[in-house]
Ligand binder design. Structure first.
Ligand code: KG4
Ligand code: ZN
Length: 334
């Protein structure tokens, strides 16, 4: 009998379903919610409603695409947290009801662990132990990973996440949400050395990204006073310079973490790992520091159910199931 798991992701603004069979991810169906663009950020109530609209077609497509039926399922997994409560509730309620009706186990998955375990979907897969820089809209962490289900946060942001810093700086430049990918795009045609911004250093392996956003805001406000067209004229250089600063900050602590732990197997995960500047900087580290580097495929960087399915498979092998009455955990920690 094969192990067939249906996984559902609904922590923020992507409704996604995936089927994994014997540890092989068969598909990764994603419905993106474009409704938030005009509001400059994710509106929680609208996200919940959109999840309700998308969840049935997305799940049906994942099951049909995997050439199985509901009765073939061994378990159903859902993102238990962290995330938006109302958004998590849609996926959790759907997964638990369906599992209960089918009489099969239900698996609650930690979204941040799943971003890291996305590295086990395709080859090359990292050996243990490795360090993972997990960078998303809500988190910035350096995680030591000793086994699929044994990981420890050794550094983290004390305030904003780096994805939030990307998005807020983009918003200050008048760009729509999510601005991270737009900064990435404009940065390609800009000079990263044209402007410099003060970097905040925190003790140990921790980060802080709230100061840089304020520095960026004040800098632009002053410039716009003397030249109202400043942002438009300098968009590419501003994007390249702020992106370089954020990447410099990320890399400084990652290098320190590698030095202190003696681990040279380095992975990145989460939405910001789609950033081309961060990806190429990490590639440079291969030769410079003799690192073995793991960069996820684009489809597994931002939120997706494929990574939830992969994590659920590891949990299934350990019989790490949850109750049919398990509640979402918006602040779930690794
Ligand atoms: O992991 P994710 O999809 O959702 C969360 O769990 O937060 O990450 C979303 C974040 C957003 O802040 C978005 O702007 C950022 O990832 N992001 C990027 C890029 N693609 C997504 N930031 C910079 N460059 C990109 N190419
Ligand atoms: Zn995420």
């Amino acid at each position: 009998m094969s192990i067939n798991i249906l996984a559902i992701e609904s922590s923020c603004d992507e409704t996604s379903a995936s089927v994994i069979i014997d540890g092989v991810v068969k598909n990764n169906i994603i419905a993106t919610q474009s409704i938030h663009e005009k509001y400059g950020g994710v509106v929680p109530e609208l996200a919940s409603r959109a999840h309700q609209q998308h969840i049935v077609p997305v799940v049906n497509e994942a099951i049909a695409d995997a050439n199985i039926t509901k009765s073939d399922l061994s378990a159903i997994a859902f993102t238990q947290g962290p995330g938006l409560l109302g958004a998590l509730l849609v996926g959790a309620s759907f997964a638990k009801s369906m599992a209960m009706a089918l009489g099969i186990p239900v698996i609650g998955v930690n979204h941040m662990k799943a971003h890291i375990l996305a590295h086990f979907i395709d080859d090359p897969k990292p050996q243990f132990p490795f360090l993972c820089l997990t960078v998303s809209g809500g988190h910035t962490q350096i995680v030591r990973v000793d086994a699929p289900l044994k990981m420890e946060v050794i550094g983290a942001t004390r305030d904003d996440a780096v994805g939030e810093a990307f998005d807020k700086c983009a918003k200050i430049m008048g760009l729509p949400y999510p601005g991270g990918p737009l900064i990435d795009r404009y940065a390609k045609d800009g000079d990263p050395h044209k402007f410099t911004f003060p970097q905040t250093d925190m003790p140990g392996l921790d980060y802080s990204f709230s100061g840089i956003k304020t520095a960026f805001l004040y800098f632009l406000r002053d410039q716009v006073k003397s030249n109202p067209a400043f942002i438009e004229e300098e968009k590419n250089h501003l994007s390249a310079s702020i992106q370089k600063t954020l990447i410099d900050m990320l890399m400084a602590k990652l290098k320190r973490a590698s030095r202190e732990t003696g681990i040279q197997r380095i992975a990145i995960a989460g939405g910001v790992s789609a950033n081309s500047g961060l990806r190429s900087r990490l590639e440079e580290m291969k030769d410079q520091f003799n690192w073995e580097v793991f960069i996820p495929a684009f489809q597994y960087c931002t939120d997706n159910a494929g990574m939830i399915a992969m994590t659920a498979h590891f949990q299934y092998l350990e019989k790490d199931f949850c109750s049919y009455y398990a509640v979402p955990k918006p602040r779930m920690q690794i």
